[in-house]
Design a protein around this ligand. Structure first.
Ligand code: MV4
Length: 514
């Protein structure tokens, strides 16, 4: 079985850059596609070849299936990797790629289809012995009247969550706390679902208050081998947008992990899954019961933490699987080593309702510590535009223990210089150093519960200005980043380089031996 010679990456930003790196490590040529807004983007600079596919609007570029497949044919690619978002979970795209004689690096159109329907997925999981949230789904939504819904809701017991069958990502969801609110909530969920997905079917689930979101990575080859690569705790999110993920989950015992891992593999088996996928569970933080929520049929944003603790390159694994290779390991070969945390760095202002902050990155200097990985989509001089997701990078810290990983993350975020736009790095530092986070006490309500009125601490401004001045003067900004503002009047406790007869100087080493 020969590996591909050339892969087209149907994506942009940090994931396109990450996939191009994977291609190069496998000695495969990588082709970038780009919109007019991305002509000078990082992924285009990294690729061996690149093709302009259209205007900035995603619909006319990164979502234009025919244009992308045509580009792949013209440039003689063997396969297409969709990344995440855009066309990654579009069964019509997966089919069209295969029909054009190219290989789609991802699961089959059928697996994408089955998992795309939340009700279909629930039925399949139930039949495969995977626990699902107690709930009700109608055989035919059109024949359901208010009384019938009410009777089913009564059976489940309030609170109830009304969800869209075609849903995901929290769209078309309504919490119902009592019977009097039910019919209105169903109507509202139907309207929202119809608008968002063109499909107004809804179903009912028991609402789990203060849940934890724990997902399992799976890998399956085309020869029937399936393994899981343990869990990722993804409870820290804001409006269904994850911001921090970690593995192992501080909640799981070895027994729970084994049970959930088995359920994840059973879920993947039930749909004949091939390639990388993620089985999402919701865990009731009170009872510790776990339930299948949905399966994501793509490589996820947070995959690097799994790579850190297992030592397995998931992007390379995807390519090898798509080329028909066997998984080179069995479940028993896989172990969790240390603790990994990922923070998503966004160009946004957490002190101002998380409004996106667009513009040119005047200066980007990534942290360079052992055990820290940065997957960035922009470097110095690049633009963050209104057209696309404002996530600019992911910082991943890996250490022996959870405490060490937290400290490493905090230090890495402090060291990451990003000038020219507002980013959420101070907010991320506030999360990872928060006592509740340090205790491992995280639920999906963490941000609302602990950081609703977060404001930029004053001291961070001064550090930022110090960094900017250092950048401007061309000195070694890292020594300034590490500079601790005085927290004491006692000279023996001071860490600011206090010296009798004059302050500690920071040498400008930029003119040294060049
Ligand atoms: C739930 C739930 C509570 N109970 N289902 C949110 C998006 C979709 N993936 C499923 N979601 C939820 N389903 C029941 N029965 C709470 C959520 C939920 C959530 C889940 C995972 C991560 C973050 C979340 C934030 C709010 C609500």
């Amino acid at each position: 079985m020969t590996l591909f010679k050339k892969i087209l990456i149907a994506n942009r930003g940090e994931i396109a850059a990450r996939l191009i790196r994977a291609c190069h490590e496998l000695n495969i040529r990588a082709v970038a596609i780009y919109s007019e807004a991305d002509a000078n983007a990082l992924h285009v600079r990294m690729a061996d070849e690149s093709i302009l596919i259209g205007p900035p609007a995603p619909r006319e570029s990164y979502l234009d299936m025919d244009r992308i497949i045509q580009a792949a044919k013209e440039i003689n690619a063997d396969a297409i990797h969709p990344g995440y978002g855009f066309l990654s979970e579009n069964e019509r795209f997966a089919s069209a790629v295969a029909d054009s004689g190219l290989i789609f690096i991802g699961p089959s159109p059928r697996a994408i289809h089955l998992m795309g329907s939340k009700t279909e997925a629930r039925t399949i999981m139930q039949n495969s012995g995977v626990p699902i949230v107690p709930g009700f789904q109608a055989m035919n939504n059109e024949t359901m009247n208010n009384e019938q819904w009410a009777r089913q809701a009564e059976k489940i017991g309030y609170p109830i969550l009304v969800k869209a069958a075609a849903g995901g990502g929290g769209k078309g969801m309504r919490i119902v706390r009592s019977a009097s609110e039910l019919s209105e909530a169903i109507a509202a969920a139907q309207r929202e679902a119809s608008h968002a997905f063109g499909d107004d079917r809804v179903f009912l689930e028991k609402y789990i208050d203060s849940p934890r979101h724990i997902e399992f990575q799976v890998l399956a080859d085309s020869h029937g081998n399936i393994v899981h690569l343990f869990e990722r705790e993804c409870s820290i999110q804001r409006r269904h947008q994850k911001i921090i993920e970690e593995t192992p989950s501080p909640l799981l015992t070895p027994e729970m992990r084994a049970k959930m891992g088995e359920a994840a593999v059973a879920a993947a088996k039930a749909v004949g899954y091939v390639n990388a996928g993620t089985v999402e569970f919701i865990v009731d933080s009170k009872t510790r019961e776990f339930y299948f929520l949905e399966m994501n049929t793509r490589l996820q944003v947070e995959h690097p933490i799994t790579e850190a603790i297992t030592g397995i390159d998931l992007a390379q694994a995807q390519i090898n699987i798509a080329a028909g290779k066997h998984l080179p390991f069995k479940q028993n070969d896989l172990h969790q080593r240390g603790h990994a945390i990922e923070c998503r760095v966004y160009a946004e202002d957490p002190a101002n309702e998380f409004l996106p902050s667009i513009g040119k990155v005047l200066r980007a200097v990534e942290p360079t510590r052992a055990g820290v990985r940065v997957d960035a989509g922009v470097h110095t001089g690049d633009e963050v535009s209104i057209h696309y997701d404002p996530m600019i990078a992911k910082v991943i810290a890996h250490a022996e223990t959870r405490d060490a990983a937290i400290r490493k993350m905090d230090a890495a975020l402090a060291e990451y210089t990003l000038l020219g736009l507002t980013t959420n790095t101070p907010f991320l530092r506030a999360v990872v150093t928060h006592p509740a986070f340090v205790r491992g006490d995280v639920t999906t309500h963490f941000i609302e519960d602990h950081l609703r009125d977060w404001k930029l601490p004053k001291v961070k401004d001064e550090l930022l200005i110090a960094k900017a001045v250092a950048e401007f003067l061309g000195s070694d900004h890292r020594s300034i980043t590490n500079y601790q503002l005085p927290t004491t009047n006692d000279v023996w406790d001071a860490t600011d380089g206090f010296r009798l007869g004059g302050g500690g100087a920071i040498e400008n080493r930029s003119h040294e031996a060049k």
